[in-house]
Design a protein around this ligand. Structure first.
Ligand code: UDP
Ligand code: MG
Length: 325
């Protein structure tokens, strides 16, 4: 381990309509950063196409503190892409990712840096049970992770939020992923086996201001995307359903023969035939839907569109692009 390499830290904060939180978050970050045993810290705020005063709030901070950097995306691209944009603009030997709503308390950055400088490549956080979260929500989250881990080829842990420190070596690995539908949790699981990983437990407080950006529909989409991105097992479901329905058809056929020839009691077939047709039809449609979902992913990925577009940022070429317009 070379300690001298671990002297520059980037903190990436993704923000979508977080105007009420930016100032308070910055105050906390500034006080934590002042005490870190590092040569430099940069705060990279990614404004993910906010429509409120988030961008103005960040620009105000930038005027006062040249450690503050901004990446303003042209529209809302979603949290995972916002983190990617921040990662692409980070220069540090290590990068901390965090939310803008103070649910990821900045004080833990000091512990992250200590563990990193003592040899960890990746410092994750694990959310302890928060009493304010409803039982139903906990049950949904727990069931989702059980299904995801059953289907996924790589382990995707529960209660590990996007509050983490990643060493430059693994940031460079992450930059080589170019899928557009991305899930950092899954990408980390895929590439992590040789990394030295430390985990810090923490209790997430309520968000300081504003509302969560994840409603039931968005959370459902994220869940479905995670399955489609990290597992092809649903595609093989057709095979199992085909085997099961063939067995069912065989048993049904045998029963009809026994009833007809041995028990001399021909079965009135109408209801059985209808039930079988409807059942088989719905299974077919179900499998078409699964295949359609994967084809849709291929359709999006093969276009190789840019992951995001930055309206402006501190990067030279993006500044020039703005000036040229
Ligand atoms: N966020 C983002 N783009 C989005 C949605 C969310 O950059 O499209 C940011 C958001 O501003 C916050 C973080 O991602 O800093 C987590 O979002 P949120 O707090 O709404 O999620 P929750 O904590 O409720 O899961
Ligand atoms: Mg939050």
């Amino acid at each position: 381990m070379n300690r001298t390499l671990k002297q520059h830290l980037s903190i990436v904060i993704s923000a979508y309509n977080e105007e009420g939180n930016i100032q308070a978050l910055y105050r906390h970050l500034k006080s934590v950063a002042g005490r870190l045993p590092l040569k430099s810290v940069e705060f990279i705020f990614v404004d993910d196409g906010s429509t409120d005063g988030t961008c103005r709030a960040i620009m105000r901070l930038k005027k006062k503190d040249d450690r503050v950097k901004i990446v303003r995306l042209v529209r809302n691209f979603g949290h995972e892409i916002a983190m990617t944009a921040g990662m692409d603009h980070a220069h540090g030997d290590g990068v901390v990712f965090m939310d803008a709503d103070l649910q990821h308390p900045p004080k833990y950055i000091a512990d992250m840096v200590r563990l990193w400088q003592n040899g960890s490549d990746i410092v994750l956080t694990k959310r302890q049970d928060n009493l304010a979260v409803s039982r139903f929500y906990k049950w949904c989250a727990c069931s989702f992770y059980k299904i995801l881990n059953f289907l996924s080829e790589i382990p995707i842990p529960e209660k590990m939020p996007d509050f983490r420190l990643i060493d430059r070596k693994y940031i460079n690995y992450l930059k080589r992923f170019n899928e557009s539908d991305r899930l950092f949790r899954g990408m980390l699981g895929w590439m992590m086996p040789d990394a030295r990983v430390a985990v810090i437990p923490f209790v997430a407080p309520e968000r300081l201001s504003g509302k969560s950006k994840y409603n039931f529909k968005k959370a459902g989409q994220l869940a479905l995307n995670s399955i489609l991105q990290f597992s092809v097992k649903p595609l093989y479901l057709a095979l199992w359903l085909a085997i099961l329905s063939a067995l069912f058809a065989l048993c049904l056929g045998a029963w009809v023969i026994v009833e007809h020839f041995i028990l001399n009691n021909p079965t009135p077939g109408y209801a059985t035939v209808m039930a079988t047709i409807v059942f088989m039809g719905s299974m077919n449609l179900f499998m078409f839907a699964i295949q359609g979902a994967y084809i849709a992913k291929i359709h999006v990925e093969c276009k190789k569109r840019p992951l995001y577009l930055a309206e402006f940022s501190d990067r030279e070429e993006e500044k020039e692009h703005i000036n040229a317009d």
